[in-house]
Design a protein around this ligand. Sequence first.
Ligand code: SF4
Length: 68
Amino acid sequence: MEARMKVIVDQDLCMGCGVCESIAPEIFELGDELHAKVILDPISEKYRLVVEEAIAECPELAIKIIED
Ligand code: SF4
């Protein structure tokens, strides 16, 4: 069976800059919150590259992929 991709945002590290949401609004949402939330679970493989871009651009290294 194909591995399922989950993405998490470490709420202790995230400082709410919004970079992840601007890169991948399908996946990350800030809204009025102080920390980004992941709004898709599981996440389709088609989003892997954009998730990796968000991981690379997050200034706090708060985003991680978990292969389920
Ligand atoms: Fe938080 Fe990183 Fe997203 Fe900024 S880019 S809101 S620090 S998870």
